[in-house]
Design a binder for this molecule. Structure first.
Ligand SMILES: Nc1nc2c(c(=O)[nH]1)N[C@H]1C(S)=C(S)[C@@H](COP(=O)(O)O)O[C@H]1N2
Ligand SMILES: [Mo]
Length: 520
């Protein structure tokens, strides 16, 4: 009997893997919901803020150990976890259904279908709640989910009812004992191979199709234009990260496992609330307004000092201040609630928008439409704030008469999200050492520094001695990080170099300085 339930769990896992690969195909080819990630997202959203925060910090720390970049690694962790949870759920269903058969002796095809259809219905409700039934259409998505899940349940029930799958004797069916071990093993082996084949097929075809559909790299603005600070001194030390991050390498952090896929044609920015003229703007209308270009360094509040959850590119969009008069906000409209397709939202003070033309709705990065993962078609830029204050995938703006805690603020994160000064040692270029005018052997050291309001000073410390000011490279913009360098005398041997930053508003780095070790 125990062996029978274990068989049920294994069959459940196998069938669920096949179902997930089918869903993956549906996602890649027809934009249908991919339930494994969506179930996981619903769970994380329901989680208390403190638990989510601990999970993120753990993931960022664990991912930092691996060499693939924190954001990418954390996303893969998350996706593997999501799939693992769904497979575990499938295993439990399989075990239950097999146990049911053993207890009742009834062929469980019908209970299997009922189980599958019920779970399918629950998934539809969850997808609906997560706002993920929108593409390609709520009805077709719902039908797809219910049908595939019912088929999964039917398959599970059918296998459970097969005499060859049984590993128990049922007392109500004396002649119907367990099959010889060989028959059973052959049957389960064939079933396992079939399911593994289906899963592999779905995964490989889906992945290849997905790659085919991904947007080819366009001609980025930076490919044909020099940067505004090209040629200025000091030049970056070789090994310092690029001053402009390639869009493909821009860090990425989402509250969800897969980004919402919004159609550029059907998408509208819905403006409502305390405005005299509620409007719906198309992407073309936004692109037709006077464009604002701004070099922006975006940083995640979860970025550890010296981490890679920070990137810089050239944002293009419309100053939110230019749009406000069209909407005629009421005098009481003290705040704008910016709402995203994935349920994320943030609130900005209308006063800040009016005062600061840099607050913008951005539709392009480095001259190309925003990539799906980075918020297509529209995202918000608010200077001096961490990424958590800047929604991607904006679908609506609601004028309201009070401040409201945003998505992460409601989960216990810093309400202001103002970027704290930090400096990173990117490189100690031991192989670029040279003998300076004073005849000393010096080694160039360089990196980045970032702070709300701009960086005014970076200091470098070698082997715990006094802090010395580094040379700052004029940044791409006051909203971008600063590259710094200092050529320091380093005798042959082991050395530790630390760096710390000061903001233009006088704030100094209150977090432990980033350090790097080198052997010269
Ligand atoms: N809609 C939406 N916007 C979002 C998020 C999100 O999960 N959903 N994450 C925020 C966080 S925490 C960060 S750090 C930035 C990251 O933007 P990027 O992924 O384009 O680098 O997006 C912000 N905007
Ligand atoms: Mo973030």
């Amino acid at each position: 009997m125990r062996r029978h339930v274990a068989t049920g769990a294994a069959v459940g896992i196998g069938l669920t893997a096949a179902l997930a690969s089918l869903a993956y195909l549906g996602w890649q080819f027809a934009d249908l919901p991919f339930f494994p990630f969506d179930i996981f997202d619903a769970l994380t959203r329901a989680l208390p803020g403190a638990v989510a925060t601990v999970a993120i910090d753990t993931m960022v720390r664990a991912a930092g150990v691996l060499p693939f970049g924190t954001a990418a690694t954390a996303k893969v962790f998350e996706q593997v976890l999501a799939l693992g949870l769904v497979l575990a759920g499938g295993g439990i269903c399989g075990a239950l259904l097999f146990a049911l058969l053993a207890a009742s002796g009834e062929p469980p095809l019908f209970p299997g279908v009922v189980l599958g259809a019920t779970l399918g219905g629950a998934v539809v409700a969850l997808e609906q709640q997560m706002n993920r039934l929108t593409s390609p259409g709520a009805v077709s998505s719902a039908v797809w989910l219910c049908t595939t899940w019912a088929a999964w349940g039917a398959a599970l029930g059918w296998v459970a009812g097969r005499p060859e799958a049984r590993a128990f004797s049922h007392r109500t069916a004396p002649g119907d004992g367990p099959p010889a071990g060989g028959t059973r093993r052959r049957f389960l082996g064939r079933l396992g191979s079939a399911l593994a084949g289906m899963t592999a097929f779905g995964t490989v075809v889906g992945a290849l199709a997905g790659r085919r559909q991904s947007r080819p790299d366009g001609v980025y603005w930076s490919a044909t234009h020099p940067l505004p600070n090209a040629g200025v001194v000091p030049t970056p030390v070789s090994g310092t990260r690029p001053e402009l991050t390639a869009v493909a390498h821009h860090y990425r952090v989402d509250a969800t496992t897969r980004p919402p896929a919004l159609s550029g044609e059907r998408w509208r920015l819905r403006v409502s609330g305390l405005v005299e003229r509620p409007v719906e703007m198309t992407l073309a209308e936004l692109r037709g307004r006077e464009a604002r270009h701004q070099f922006v360094t975006l940083e995640c509040i979860s970025n550890p000092v010296g981490g890679d959850l920070i990137s810089t590119t050239r944002w293009t969009g419309v100053s939110l201040r230019d749009l406000l008069p069209d909407w005629r906000p009421a005098a009481s409209a003290s705040h704008l609630k910016v709402i995203a397709a994935d349920g994320f939202f943030e609130v900005v003070a209308t006063g800040d928008v009016v005062r600061d033309p840099r607050v913008m709705l951005a539709y392009a990065w480095d001259g190309e439409a925003l990539p799906v993962e980075h918020g297509f078609p529209l995202r918000l830029f608010v200077p001096d704030r961490y990424g958590m204050k800047q929604p991607k995938w904006i679908v609506a703006i609601e004028a309201i008469d009070r401040w409201e805690a945003g998505y992460w603020v409601a989960r216990g994160w810093d309400a202001e999200g103002r970027v704290r000064p930090t400096a990173t040692v990117d490189t100690i270029a031991a192989d670029a050492g040279y003998v300076d005018a004073a005849g000393r052997r010096v080694t160039p050291v360089g990196g980045i520094a970032h702070a709300a309001g701009g960086v005014s000073r970076v200091e470098v410390q070698v082997d715990g001695r006094e802090w010395q000011p580094a040379a700052l490279r004029p940044p791409l913009a006051e909203t971008a990080w600063v590259l710094w360098r200092l050529d320091v005398p380093l005798a042959p041997g082991d050395h530790t170099v630390a760096a710390r930053a000061y903001a233009a508003d006088g704030a100094f780095q209150d977090r432990a300085p980033h350090t790097k070790r080198v052997r010269v």
